[in-house]
Design a protein around this ligand. Sequence first.
Ligand code: GBH
Length: 453
Amino acid sequence: GPKNDTATKRAFPPGFVWGTATAAYQVEGAVKADGRGQSIWDAYTHTPGKVADGSNGDMADDDYHRYPEDIALMRSLGAGGYRFSVAWPRIFPNGGGRPNPKGVDFYKRLVDALHEAGIEPYCTLYHWDLPEALQRKGGWQNRDTAKAFADYAGYMAGQLDGRVQHFMTMNEISTFIGNGYGGTTMAPGLGLKGQALAQARHHALLGHGLAVQAIRAATGAKTKVGSAEGIDAPMPAYDAPEHVVAARKAALEENAGYLTAMHTGRYTDLYLKTLGADAPKFTPEEMRIIGSKTDFQGLNVYTGNYYIAADNERGYEAVPFPSSYPRMQSSWIQFAPDAMYWGPKLMAEALGISDIYITENGTSSTAAPDAEGRVLDIDRVMFLRQYLGELQRGIAHGAPVRGYFLWSLLDNFEWSRGYSERFGITWVDFATQKRTPKLSAMFYRDVIASNAV
Ligand code: GBH
């Protein structure tokens, strides 16, 4: 057949990791199987009025049973990596105590099947499904949860040692604290304010740091530990030097409660000053733990914020998005491919990060099967092509990005949006569980095959 026009493509470095990503509660289903305990997301989704379409993750993609078929999909993409998460309540149904061997076995089977398919597993230990038993004791508001998380993370990493090389402690502390503890749109939906919120955030950071240490203690020297954090990527409004400086300052200050604390072991002066009496209570020892050295940083990049230089205490000012700014189906995804150029580059420069993985990037799309059953999601193809082009340009200009995980392999349970927003490059008919690769899957297969966009 006709050859691709590779001469006009922009190449990624040799050995660049191409993968897809999912999370346990969003794809597994099988919420009562093999002794799994309840999580805060079971409780939340079964509370009327919380999820847009009244749905839940009871079945989701039934990936708990269909993972061999899902690995076959990854294989047909030619993907070399897969980012998945472990459901804490499958391992410790009540948060701690005695482990549940059947839950552990599921992840061993999954990881072994990935290796058989030539796919490297990247394991996230916490993608928001806190055991409900721990929420009853205050969840992340309770400092003991940080210790319980580290115990679980160390135990699970030890069980997968030799089979998994890359572990991420948590996914997006900024989101589960911001929306679940500060807001009400995610589990547990507490709507906390002030000091209580800052303290819950501090405990989550502490859980991350303790888990980094526990994972290292439980695994061999080859293990690489990091986290996957969400950022609204800092971007200069345009690339004049003063605006680039402003965006780099924003990279530090806008992430002060998360990545900056994790990479420097301190809260910035501005962060503490802004919180004032609401600042978290912390000890120097806790800050040392939070700053535990990691081997890589995962960044989930969907969109960003534009900055200009400003004559104020921060030295920058965010440029608001006018309502005419282009967006994707999910209204929070402003179409901003330059987020993929500037985000990794400025975060690496601001925090001295040497190895980055894009642990999530992708978009929702309203594209649905046509008369012939094809899903021609050209909006997602356009989105991915532009973001990947900017990623390539960033790497060419020194951004230390080693791999990219597309969110998501499958349409899945999109948290409080239920099944109304589809992020998959594979269509899932939730009534039959039939999987159909979309046009974007063909596009991604092509990118992977040529290691270029
Ligand atoms: C990621 O979060 C998650 O890690 C992943 O599980 C999820 O499926 C994926 O994105 C797609 O959403 O409801 O208007 O208040 C991305 C960061 C932060 C985006 C919270 C949505 C809520 C917006 N998310 N935000 S709103």
